[in-house]
Design a protein around this ligand. Structure first.
Ligand code: 0T9
Length: 423
């Protein structure tokens, strides 16, 4: 690395520093190994680094790795296989239904965590939603499966509260709905970004065979953004997450990258147990079934040679969104239209100016709210300090699988929604 020009090393250091500025939490790190990083990078692929224009300004770097899509669009990833979502209620037994929940959940991971790499070549920094930003979408009723409707709202934005995105997805005909919220805490390890997700989701199912309504707590996995020093960031899921059903079933899902269970990247292994007495420790139950494979590929039941549980390469259906001209001014694609266009066309000047305009407007709004004493009101969700459904389900989960006690954002439903629009 001795022959790497000094300006390029400095360029990388400023690139990495700009990452820190963009992801809030990172900048609170006390002793980031910037120097070590810029040196190790220079020994790697400086040619790659060229596309960040390392010798240039940090501003250029920001925008090149910036995605034109806001985080409020991400909840749509929960439903890019609407038929898997809808068919949960068709399971004949409690165990069959929990298996369908697992199949749907594993089926969402590829979209959630690899879409940006597929569409834009690498993971990119999503647009940071503003408070009150909305995203609406639908998946059509095909073959009688019922229409699925998505409502997303950015419900918090400012520190010290972690920014949170709340969402509600419902297929009325199928009797399946998902309600959740998500936020992230990021930290930089020197070579990767660790992301801890806050929030959880609760799935509600009205079984088609007439059994009582069931709820399922879905916890969110941790992730690592790898490949940063190579200039091509991608996500690997780490540690574990869980699905806990009100019927007493627990699924623990362990995630591993290259070199573990199968020696393949993006691997998982899920174990299904039932906690016989309906309370206490689901993790201690005798394993009823296992599911393993790649969440980007094929998964099997009962061992690697078992029958196929899910092939994640089945076609996905992107959410349908109204044309921008028909959208509310708070809807994500309308709100970010000029920024997104700038990023897409390489007009970073306009993108940057528009982004600052939106951010300044937000700052002014917050100031006005503070001086008038009228805070921002959520349109579709009500904040609750404790959610009884969450309490009931998380009490059945093993400690190591339980997210810290959390509040929730409850969907107001259509009635209140209509009322709010009339006001
Ligand atoms: C919830 C999902 C989440 C959001 C994203 C970490 C991340 C923001 C949060 C967790 C969705 O259900 C699933 C997928 C991707 C996650 C994003 C990946 C990512 O890189 C960003 C962070 C904030 C960055 O933009 C870091 C910058 C880096 C990509 C630049 C090289």
């Amino acid at each position: 690395c001795a022959d790497v020009p000094q300006e390029q090393k400095a360029g990388w250091a400023s690139f990495v520093k700009s990452l820190a500025q963009m992801t809030g939490d990172l900048s609170s790190m006390t002793a980031p190994p910037w120097d070590a990083l810029s040196l190790s990078i220079s020994a790697l692929r400086l040619a790659e680094a060229e596309r960040f224009r390392v010798e240039d300004h940090a501003v250029t770097i920001h925008l090149v790795i910036l995605s034109p899509v806001s985080l409020t669009e991400f909840p749509a990833y929960w439903c890019e296989h609407p038929e898997l979502f809808a068919s949960i209620s068709e399971g004949q037994t409690e165990q069959e239904r929990v298996e369908r929940v697992l199949r749907w959940f594993i089926g969402t991971l590829k979209a959630q965590y690899t879409t940006r790499n597929e569409k834009m070549g690498s993971e990119k920094k999503p647009l940071n939603p503003v408070l009150g930003e909305l995203f609406y979408g639908t998946w059509p009723d095909v073959n009688g499966r019922g229409e699925t409707v998505l409502v997303v709202e950015q419900v918090s934005h400012h520190p010290p509260i972690t920014p949170q995105t709340a969402y509600h997805i419902e297929n009325k005909k199928a009797g399946v709905s998902l309600q959740g919220h998500s936020g992230q805490k990021t930290s930089f390890t020197g070579t990767a970004i660790n992301v801890k997700q806050s929030g959880h989701a609760i799935l509600t199912v009205q079984p088609k065979n007439g059994s009582a309504v069931e709820t399922y707590l879905i916890t969110l996995p941790k992730l690592r953004i790898e490949g940063i020093i190579w200039g091509s960031p991608y996500i690997e899921l780490v540690e574990m997450s869980a699905i806990q059903s009100s019927t007493g079933y627990t699924v623990q899902i362990d995630y591993k990258g290259k070199g573990y269970f199968s020696g393949k990247a993006h691997s998982f292994k899920a174990v299904l147990t039932h906690n016989g007495n309906g309370n206490g420790n689901g993790g201690n139950g005798h394993p009823l079934q296992t599911y393993e494979g790649q969440w980007t590929g094929v998964a099997t039941v009962g061992g690697p040679k078992g029958p196929v549980f899910l092939d994640t390469n089945i076609a996905k259906e992107e959410v349908i969104v109204k044309p921008i001209e028909e959208q509310d001014e708070w809807e994500s694609r309308r709100l970010w239209e000029k920024v997104a266009k700038g990023i897409r066309t390489g007009d970073y000047d306009t993108a940057g100016k528009e982004k600052s305009r939106i951010e300044n407007e937000q700052r002014q709004r917050r100031k006005d709210e503070a001086s008038s004493g009228n805070g921002w009101a959520h349109r579709h969700f009500t904040h609750v300090d404790s959610d009884p459904e969450y309490q009931q389900l998380s009490a059945m989960l093993h400690d190591k699988l339980t997210p810290a006690h959390e509040d929730a954002y409850v969907y107001k439903g259509e009635q209140q929604q209509a009322q709010a629009q009339a006001e």
